[in-house]
Design a protein around this ligand. Structure first.
Ligand SMILES: CC(C)(COP(=O)(O)OP(=O)(O)OC[C@H]1O[C@@H](n2cnc3c(N)ncnc32)[C@H](O)[C@@H]1OP(=O)(O)O)[C@@H](O)C(=O)NCCC(=O)NCCS
Length: 167
């Protein structure tokens, strides 16, 4: 694998519009065929609306990291304390630079934080049909813990595997 070395920086309020736009770009490239366009639009608004991101930035139990290649923002990872566990909540890499080690560097960064915070593992939820992501999580040491179906409102569900990586 050709590895691209990225610089990882915290997201700050002025970054919010760019993160929201990057999320839309990556979601549109990734999720058609896995979930409907209506669900993509609903989830983007619910999770990446500007006000939601500003709120996330103020939450002391959430960390928002972004990855840069030079001046170019190429991905992001959000992590949080969720139900008493350390969760990798979002991991998105621009399609142009996928499969070049950027996701792996963000996972390493988040796992180091979880360990420093004293947690025994990192957990995440991934759509059961998102094979690319499941493979990449396996590559970085995650294993499937359980299958869940989570009601996210408006008639939509998340049909996910919960995966965990021991630290
Ligand atoms: C899943 C994702 C975060 C992985 O990040 P990445 O930077 O591409 O991953 P890395 O380069 O660090 O790891 C590569 C591994 O991921 C998997 N992978 C990534 N892209 C893949 C592809 N197009 N086809 C098959 N496997 C792929 C493989 O296991 C690969 O290892 P290999 O190259 O040795 O076979 C990234 O591909 C992505 O953003 N995908 C779209 C959004 C998404 O699904 N996010 C996860 C939501 S839970």
């Amino acid at each position: 694998m050709n590895s691209l070395k990225v610089e990882i920086r915290p997201v700050t309020p002025p970054d919010v519009p760019a993160i929201s736009a990057l999320a839309r770009e990556i979601w549109q490239a990734s999720y058609p065929g896995i979930i409907t366009q209506e669900q993509i639009d609903f989830m983007l608004e619910q999770r990446y609306g500007h006000e939601r991101l500003y709120d996330d930035l103020e939450d002391l139990h959430k960390w928002l990291d972004q990855a840069f290649l030079g001046d170019r923002r190429v991905g992001f990872a959000f992590s949080e304390i969720y139900k008493g566990e350390f969760k990798l909540d979002k991991l998105y890499i621009h399609p142009d630079v996928q499969r070049q080690g950027v996701g792996g560097q963000l996972i390493t960064h988040v796992a180091a934080r979880a360990k420093k915070e004293g947690y025994p593992c990192v957990v995440l939820a991934v759509n059961k049909r998102n094979e690319k992501a499941i493979n990449s999580y396996k590559k970085y040491g995650f294993v499937v813990r359980e299958a869940i179906v989570d009601d996210i409102g408006h008639g939509y569900v998340m049909d996910d595997f919960v995966m965990e990586k021991k630290l």
